[in-house]
Design a protein around this ligand. Structure first.
Ligand SMILES: NC(=O)c1ccc[n+]([C@@H]2O[C@H](COP(=O)([O-])OP(=O)(O)OC[C@H]3O[C@@H](n4cnc5c(N)ncnc54)[C@H](OP(=O)(O)O)[C@@H]3O)[C@@H](O)[C@H]2O)c1
Length: 245
């Protein structure tokens, strides 16, 4: 932190912090950004700035999906997480770790190259979605976290218990009709920045219960290459742009 406004009470110049910058005021491809203290938390000391920068969007999305704001996962809740390896976005890999920390029984889908990683992150069972149809091998979930949409989302309604919750980070077409047909809750939401929740996530990092997965760090000068890499797909972790020389 290089400067603080007159009304800032929780941070001081020199603090190492991280934040999900409010997307309504622009992105973060910059060396400096002004951000309200309510969106900021102390950077976990165990992480580099690049690792810390990879967390807020993905981990806040996963936390909000799995806690009181959306699905309210508790010890013993049976949860299915689609895309548990996380890819370039990283929501699934954060969600597997957070669901485990909340005490859930976690089943995740992933492709062959990521099955080991998703188990390592804490999933109790991992299904290779390219080999098996998840709805033919698992069922009776209290919660499904859908990061995929389309046919994966359609088939997810049938693996929920009556009264279960499908929480999606992509749109749910005809949600009201599907809720009535399957007798479940179905919610699509968009994450929001939140410094208090970031502090909670930092605590999970410090206690070894959450780790970011960074695949590549590009210098700012190579930002276009970084964006092309993300667009190309098939990532095994986050791509980070570093503003430091
Ligand atoms: N609503 C919100 O607040 C919010 C927040 C963040 C992101 N999003 C959106 O959510 C979506 C996913 O986000 P993300 O950033 O986590 O994506 P991502 O990084 O691209 O991850 C997708 C993951 O899903 C896997 N996958 C692909 N097809 C699958 C299938 N049919 N079944 C199971 N897994 C499959 C991929 O594995 P393989 O590569 O191994 O196939 C990859 O690990 C994007 O559309 C993004 O824009 C929404």
């Amino acid at each position: 932190m290089t400067a603080v406004g007159g009304e800032v009470t929780r941070f001081a110049v020199g603090d190492e912090v991280f934040s999900r910058v409010d997307p309504r005021v622009g992105g973060a491809f910059a060396e400096y950004v002004a951000v309200n203290q309510s969106l900021v938390a102390a950077k976990p000391s165990a992480l580099t700035f690049e690792e810390a920068a990879s967390l807020p969007l993905a981990a806040l999305t996963a936390l909000q999906a799995l806690t009181a704001e959306q699905a309210d996962v508790r010890p013993g809740t049976r949860v299915l997480i689609h895309g548990g390896a996380g890819g370039a976005g990283g929501v699934g890999s954060a969600a597997v770790q957070i669901a485990k920390q909340l005490g859930a029984e976690v089943v995740a889908t992933a492709s062959a190259g990521s099955l080991g990683l998703v188990r390592e992150l804490g999933a109790d069972q991992v299904i290779d979605y390219r080999v098996e149809k998840f709805d033919e091998v698992v069922s009776d979930f209290d919660v499904v976290l859908d990061t995929i949409g389309g046919e994966t989302q359609e088939r997810s309604f049938g693996v929920l218990k009556t009264g279960g919750t499908l929480v999606s980070i992509v749109p749910i077409p005809d949600a009201e009709a599907k809720k009535a047909r399957w007798n479940i809750e179905a919610r699509s939401f968009f994450m929001h920045p939140h410094g208090g929740q970031l502090a909670r996530l930092a605590g999970l990092v410090e206690s070894g219960q959450l780790r970011p997965i960074v695949e590549t760090v590009f210098p700012l000068d190579d930002a276009s290459e970084a964006l092309q890499k993300v667009e190309h797909g098939g990532a095994r972790g986050k791509t980070v742009i570093s503003v430091r020389a």
